[in-house]
Design a protein around this ligand. Structure first.
Ligand code: KIV
Ligand code: ZN
Length: 512
């Protein structure tokens, strides 16, 4: 007899809280579609009350995604909960996830509330939410550092009020696997109505143990829901990574004996999409989705794998979306081949007109670059989304001059709300000159805190993918741009970051 392990993805909420990882509404929808393709059980689409932008993103995802449950986070107050319910109205299956901190530290220093006040507010919040939606998740924030007696009191009460999932967050990533597993087991054993709810784990990765702690919560503690994010995206060191926990449970089915609904063949596309959208590069040695995850460099390993794959491989690369011997597209590839590759990559375009626009850009790229890899197509599609979003700033053209011994100069044309403008500047190098040329017009005053270039497919022929991180008035955003010319890629990344700064301007800081 096997149980099902529910996969709750919070890339679009907790993942997006990572400094710089903010996404536009359409980017979120694209990722949500990929999560649906992955057959994620629950998608936490955002924190509806935190901003109008988040509300709209949750609403759009709720109205579009049909197979997964759509969830919105909400503080434990009526106003937030009502806003979450409003955003979720169009969902086939809706969940409200309400939370309040329960550790002595958080209650005293952050909330300035007594334990009795927190107890009452938690109960009241779940009671209110339960009148709006049937599926209610409750999280005691900083749960793992909370007094177990107090936690038992709160959790028993919220289950009585109708909470259907109880999530125990290790908000600050302080847990150790065995201790966390037993903490959960202890709660479940002591709370008389614990069997009326599904128990869930939510582990942060500050000590690099988010996946291990989550697995212990499942194995020892009896949790049947795991909260996780693609690539482990999330605040500080991130969250439990979806690809790792899913493949651990699937590969070691002999040990966990749990069913998963996930279609793992879409994992790699999801990882690339999230990385390209947020500009958070996946390290090459990252488990499951890193470029080296299935590469065998040593002669002994290569020899072994050629004789019998399972000598050094515990998973099949194709089971997580790595495909061998795939035909590389190029100048002669037709619209059908392009469309089919989009489908294989899990990219869904809204209309034939959108496919045509992307295909035109594909052809332009193929004129400049002989082989078009999957990474190129995903980068192109990301840019297409930006254009489709009708962002405030969009790149048009750039010319720059640099010569040994001369100070580089750049002149750039871009649009502001559809109207073309021109900027000019000198700089320390061609990239510096180009970005200063943009600033000469925009005057954002933003500080650049990160600039990185990555060759999308490894060689000098490939497109450069640039990430620019900007900071302004306490807001941090990442912009990503790709082009065979890295100066152009840098300008695109800079404009994309400016767009994100703009769209984040009205957002209040989410907690948790
Ligand atoms: O880490 C945390 O405590 C959270 C909660 C809001 C679930 O993200
Ligand atoms: Zn969290």
């Amino acid at each position: 007899m096997t149980d099902k392990l529910i996969i709750f993805d919070t890339t679009l909420r907790d993942g997006e809280q990572s400094p710089g990882a903010s996404m536009t509404r359409d980017e979120k929808l694209r990722i949500a579609r990929q999560l649906e393709r992955l057959k994620v059980d629950v998608i936490e689409a955002g924190f509806a009350a935190s901003s109008n932008g988040d509300f709209e993103a949750v609403q759009l995802i709720a109205n579009t995604i049909k197979d997964s449950t759509i969830c919105s986070l909400s503080r434990a107050n009526d106003k937030d909960i009502a806003r979450a319910a409003e955003a979720l109205k169009g969902a086939n299956r809706a969940r409200i996830h309400t939370f309040i901190a329960t550790s002595a530290l958080h209650m005293e220093k952050k909330l300035r509330m007594s334990p009795d006040q927190v107890f009452e507010q938690a109960k009241q919040a779940v009671r209110f939410a339960r009148n709006l939606v049937e599926d209610i998740e409750f999280s005691p924030e900083d749960g793992y550092r909370s007094d177990p007696d107090f936690l038992c009191r709160v959790l028993e009460a919220v289950i009585n009020e109708g909470a259907t999932t109880i999530n125990v967050p290790d908000t600050v990533g302080y847990a150790i696997p065995e201790l966390y597993g037993n903490f959960l087991l202890d709660l479940r054993t002591r709370i008389p109505n614990s069997d009326k709810a599904i128990w869930s784990v939510h582990c942060h990765n500050d000590l690099g143990m988010a996946v291990a702690n989550s697995l212990a919560g499942v194995k020892i503690g009896g949790a049947r829901q795991v909260e996780c994010t693609i690539n482990g995206l999330g605040e500080r060191a991130g969250n439990c990574s979806l690809e790792e926990i899913v493949m651990a449970v699937k590969t070691r089915r002999d040990y966990f004996n749990l069913e998963l609904g996930i279609d793992t063949r879409h994992i790699l596309a999801a990882s690339r999409m999230v990385s390209q959208t947020t500009g958070f590069v996946v390290q090459p040695n990252k488990a499951v989705v890193g470029a080296n995850a299935f590469a065998h460099a040593s002669g002994i390993h290569q020899d072994g794998v050629l004789k019998a794959r399972d000598t050094y491989e515990i998973m099949r690369a194709e089971d997580v979306g790595w495909t061998a011997n795939k035909i590389v597209l190029g100048k002669l590839s037709g619209r059908n081949a392009f469309k089919q590759r989009l489908q294989e990559l899990g990219v869904q375009m809204e209309s034939e007109a959108e496919i045509n626009a992307a295909f035109t850009r594909f052809k332009e790229l193929a004129d400049r670059k002989s082989e078009i890899f999957d990474e190129d197509i995903l980068a192109l599609v990301s840019e297409e989304t930006v254009l489709h979003d009708k962002e405030q700033y969009a790149f048009v053209s750039l010319s720059q001059h640099s010569e040994t011994g001369e100070r580089p100069e750049a002149s750039i044309v871009f649009t502001v709300d559809g109207k073309e403008v021109k900027g000019q500047s000198e700089g320390n190098g061609p990239v510096d000159a180009s970005l200063k040329a943009i600033e000469s017009h925009v005057k954002s005053g933003a500080e650049m805190v990160l600039y990185s270039v990555n060759a999308i497919s490894g060689s000098t022929e490939s497109q450069g993918e640039v990430t620019v991180r900007l900071q302004n008035s306490g807001r941090v955003v990442n912009g990503v741009g790709a082009d065979p010319d890295i100066v152009v890629a840098s300008a695109k990344a800079y404009l994309s970051a400016l767009n994100k700064l703009q769209s984040k301007a009205d957002r209040v800081a989410a907690q948790g």
